[in-house]
Design a protein around this ligand. Structure first.
Ligand code: COA
Length: 654
């Protein structure tokens, strides 16, 4: 998942597209861009996430700082990355701009020195900038545009008892994980021999995004004086505060939680409530205005604070319309991403909340999470823990001390708030209709097959995606794959550019009947190797995207004009990610899903298991050129064809 200054501009341009004259548009654009520029030059205080004290601090401090790559290296690699996605003529022009930018004593060198100074002064030269640019300044709704969902396999119940029983186990599972985090006994993760930054694990519980007029913020209540001891439960659009610890500090048992959930369920049977949570699905500027209006009322303010402060949220969803087995997982992915619309469960959410676990009465299950504090892997590893926990734990009815009724969070709805909710419903329903999503289980093979061929499974899947896209569109496009920077302190992500000179050579050759299979396999191996080499470079902090972003933000901070290379069409093409992809591996047979990052693009997330691969592919219905099911179909064929190509060429060698 990515976001860039370029996307800000796109967002601004989209918003001014209706105005009258070009001059007027320019004035509007400058006015709207001003806060972005002010923030970039540091005139608005940046928001930092919580620092973790204790044992982990020692681990964190042992981690290396994110390097600033050499300028010359990035510029050369940038030109190479452009090759498969722009024309030779554009490339020649860009090469001149790059030479000018990188010449000795030029703008590039000055900005590079600025970045290196920043790197010396900060724990991570990128992390605050990234948090702001990619998330907190981003004004589009978090729904579809930012928050990923996770689809779990269907659970074996079809009624509210089953739903509450599972919810109770799930809550106990999260609390078990929280104990591990609180005690700082979470094992440090490794990539190969390198320990990883564990900071994101400390940001996902007891945190929430808060809308702001120009920039949002994210709050974390883990290390405050009185950390929260409650979660929020939403049922039938009504919010409840559920205390999950006994007075002696021990977590409630599964049967205690179950009986509390029963009370919540029974006291929220009326359905005539205003879906106040729907407000959180709005465009961030709109939500910020509605938010200030909502919390003017003291009761509303208290209720909102209780949700924000809670450890996490559990959404007990109403059953969704039944669909065929083939469509079931795609339907659940949509339910996780947006809740199904105002008639269904979209109001049964607080989309600003970092973690929302969703359990439907019909056995559908998963989560949606607000992206700013963490990437997918820590979320999914928490999910793996919960799934294992729910398998092991049994509900044993034991005599219990009666617990008090969970507190219902009240909202006083004024006509103005009601109007804001109505507007939010309309916009949400438009987003719901716009989402085109397909979950596909590819079951011919999983990651064991590429491994048996001594190829990286991730690179193999990325090359298959390139082939699928090329077969549909007859060209390659800028492709984003998230690479973890967690080898570095406070590391988040960089971009693996999956469209390469080698991937283009392979996809152009594969359907050429004049070429021999052995040659095609050779090209396939080269493409896979090139992808893995880019991955290795990215996870070592030597990729180009964040470095280029840093140079651009540095020019804004230095108040110099934005260098030509960033105003170039090739840069715009390079940042227009028609394919935005990510691998989020999990032990559980689940898949993460997210929306496309450009109006004419796809979001593709996958979990490669040993013998099958789960894919979630998204697109927008409003774009006539994209279709999630079509890309899924071409991807399936590409994976099958690459498999047969390898096996055939092996047979012919025998
Ligand atoms: N021959 C045989 N086996 C190979 C191989 C080869 N040439 N190359 C890799 N493998 C093996 C690996 O050893 C690994 O084995 P394991 O399953 O026993 O662990 C397995 O294949 C998977 O490796 P690979 O497919 O290459 O991917 P990876 O695990 O190195 O992951 C990324 C690559 C890019 C996904 C990962 O580095 C990363 O950055 N993940 C972060 C994603 C993220 O943050 N997403 C955010 C979403 S919000």
């Amino acid at each position: 998942m990515y976001y860039s200054f370029y996307s800000h501009l796109l967002d601004l341009l989209r918003r001014i597209s209706g105005s009258a004259s070009p001059g007027e548009k320019m004035v509007l654009l400058l006015r709207m861009a001003k806060p972005v520029i002010l923030r970039s030059v540091g005139l608005v205080k940046p928001v930092s996430l919580t620092k973790i004290p204790g044992r982990y601090l020692a681990h964190q401090e042992g981690l290396p700082h994110l390097p600033v790559p050499p300028l010359k290296q990035t510029l050369e690699r940038y030109l190479l990355a452009l090759k498969p996605i722009i024309s030779q003529e554009e490339w020649n022009h860009t090469q001149e701009l790059v030479q000018e930018f990188g010449k000795p004593g030029g703008v590039g060198e000055r900005l590079q020195k600025g970045l290196e100074r920043r790197a010396r002064k900060t724990e991570n030269w990128l992390s605050d900038w990234w948090l702001q640019t990619a998330y907190l300044d981003y004004r589009m709704p978090v729904v579809l545009h930012s928050s990923p969902g996770v689809v779990l396999p269907k659970l074996q119940f079809d009624d509210c008892q089953g739903q509450l029983r599972y919810a109770a186990k799930l809550i106990a599972g999260v609390l078990d994980f929280k104990t591990i985090i609180d005690n700082e006994t979470l094992p440090v993760e490794y990539l190969g021999e390198k320990p990883l930054c564990m900071n994101q694990y400390y940001q996902i519980l007891s945190s929430c995004r808060i809308p702001g007029a120009k920039r949002d913020s994210v709050v974390n209540y883990t290390r405050v004086k009185n950390p929260p001891t409650h979660i929020t439960v939403v049922h039938n659009l009504q919010f409840f505060q559920l205390d999950v610890y006994n007075s002696d500090g021990s977590p409630l048992t599964v049967d205690q939680i179950y009986s509390q959930l029963e009370k919540i369920w029974n006291s929220s049977l009326q359905t005539n409530k205003e879906p106040v949570g729907m407000l959180t699905s709005q465009h961030r500027n709109t939500w910020a205005v509605a938010y200030n209006n909502l919390i003017k009322d003291k009761t509303n303010k208290e209720s909102v604070r209780t949700i924000q402060k809670s450890i996490f949220t559990v959404c007990l969803d109403a059953p969704m319309p039944r669909v065929s087995d083939e469509l079931y997982k795609s339907r659940v992915a949509a339910q996780m991403l947006h809740g199904g619309g105002s008639r269904w469960n979209s109001g049964n959410r607080w989309f600003d909340k970092t973690l929302q676990f969703i359990i439907g009465e019909d056995g559908s299950c998963g989560l949606v999470y607000e992206h700013s504090p963490a990437e997918g892997p820590p979320i999914v590893s928490l999910l793996d823990h919960i799934v294992e926990y729910t398998k092991k734990c049994e509900m044993v009815r034991s005599p219990m001390i009666p617990l008090s009724m969970p507190k219902k969070l009240r909202f006083n709805i004024t006509p103005e708030i009601k109007q804001d909710i109505e507007k939010a419903k309309q916009n949400l329903n438009i987003m719901v209709h716009d989402l085109d999503i397909k979950v596909m289980v590819f079951d011919l093979y999983g990651k064991n097959f590429p491994k048996s061929q001594m190829m990286s499974p991730d690179a193999f899947i990325q090359v298959a995606l390139q082939l699928a896209y090329f077969r549909i569109y007859k060209c390659s496009c800028a492709t984003y794959e998230s690479a973890s920077l967690r080898m570095f302190r406070l590391g988040r992500t960089d971009t693996i550019r999956s469209a390469s000179v080698s991937s283009l050579a392979f996809v152009q050759a594969v359907d050429d009947t004049t070429k021999a299979n052995t040659e095609k396999v050779e090209l396939l191996r080269n493409a896979v190797k090139a992808h893995r080499a880019y991955t290795d470079m990215a996870i070592r902090g030597q990729a180009i995207d964040r470095h280029l972003l840093g140079l651009k933000l540095q020019s804004i901070e230095d108040l110099v004009s934005i260098p030509e290379i960033f105003m170039d069409t090739s840069y715009a093409v390079a940042m227009h990610f028609n394919l935005s992809t990510s691998q989020v591996p999990a032990k559980t047979d689940c898949v993460m899903c997210f929306g496309p990052v450009v109006p004419d693009g796809y979001g593709v997330c996958y979990n490669a298991m040993d013998d099958h691969i789960n894919f979630a592919i998204s697109a927008y219905n409003s774009c006539a050129d994209t279709n999630a099911a079509r890309l899924a179909h071409y991807l399936e064929n590409a994976l099958q064809d690459m498999h047969s190509l390898i096996l055939q060429s092996q047979k012919s060698k025998l």
